[in-house]
Design a protein around this ligand. Structure first.
Ligand code: 13P
Length: 288
């Protein structure tokens, strides 16, 4: 199946009280692991690409070519959206041009008026070209690929203003952060989430910083309107741990264990296991 935008899968998720996972990709192995797992689980999936990862993978056109080739080469029939993660205004335009099916414009660091103005312009372009668009209000804490946020809770009225612009999905800060959560993390602010949900109605809400959020909080967030959950660091840690074990066990020194297809295989399996666990937790299995 060719790439699709994220509108239909998220509308269904919101109505069906489950969430679709956005898993960030870094290279061919990551992309293949996520696509194969989504297919095996019969789940829709969103491939997230940060601007830094896009640069690392030799630009957005290379990413589009790789993903489209894999959809065909691996016979992927579940719905797959290719989505820019935390895009700048320029990055969003470049991805639209390159053939992404979905973008995020993160204008959360601008004053609200400027966020509205730029989001509005991109909504019009996405509408014309059939892409889905995610906007953000209230920055997500922590650091991801150089994008740093303080982890503030979004103002529900501002969320309504952005939702009313016609975005497909809305990321609202609710005390979530990218990367590992510190031991003294206060948890998600469900009061903020409930207030945002009340103001934005059927709008699919997005929970960033999915790594390390306890299962009961994920389930509560889904019950309060979260329909898309982003996971990045957890797959990276799973890959790192499995690869470290492979090398520490000296397997790279045995036979052809140095062959990258062998050297990276355990890490790839670990990414698959991580994605599988999240798809089960988010409830999107068999929803393709
Ligand atoms: P984590 O790296 O914390 O899983 O966050 C991912 C994310 O929110 C991508 O936008």
């Amino acid at each position: 199946m060719p790439l699709v935008n994220a509108k239909e899968m998220l509308t269904k998720a919101k109505a069906g009280h489950y969430a679709v996972g956005q898993f960030n990709i870094n290279n061919l192995e990551w992309t293949k692991a996520i696509l194969l797992t989504a297919q095996e689980m019969n789940s829709p999936v969103i491939l997230g690409v940060s601007e830094g990862a896009g640069k690392y993978m030799c630009g957005y056109k290379t990413v589009v070519g790789m993903v489209e080739g894999m959809l065909e080469g691996l016979n992927i029939t579940v719905p797959v959206a290719l989505h820019l993660d935390h895009g700048s205004y320029e990055g969003a335009k470049a991805c639209i041009e390159a053939g992404f099916s979905s973008i995020m414009f993160d204008g959360s660091h601008y004053p609200i008026d400027e966020n509205i103005e730029k989001t509005k312009e991109l909504v019009a372009i996405c509408e014309e070209k059939g892409l889905s668009i995610e906007a953000e209000v209230g920055s997500i804490g922590g650091e991801e690929d150089g994008v740093v946020g303080a982890g503030e809770c979004a103002d529900p009225n501002e969320c309504k203003m952005i939702a009313d612009l016609g975005v497909t999905m809305l990321a609202a800060g609710i005390g979530n952060i990218h990367g590992k959560y510190p031991a003294n993390w206060a948890g998600l602010s469900f009061d903020t989430l409930a207030a945002v949900q009340e103001k934005t109605g059927t709008m699919p809400l997005v929970l960033h910083g999915g790594t390390g959020i306890p299962a009961d909080m994920i389930k509560k967030a889904i019950s309060l309107g979260v329909s898309k959950i982003n996971v990045n660091t957890e797959c990276q840690l799973a890959f790192q741990e499995a690869t470290r074990k492979y090398i520490e066990a000296g397997k790279d020194l045995e036979g052809k264990g140095f062959d990258p297809r062998k050297l990276l295989a355990d890490g790839v399996e670990a990414i698959k296991a991580c994605v599988k666990e999240k798809i089960e937790l988010f409830g999107s299995a068999d929803k393709a």
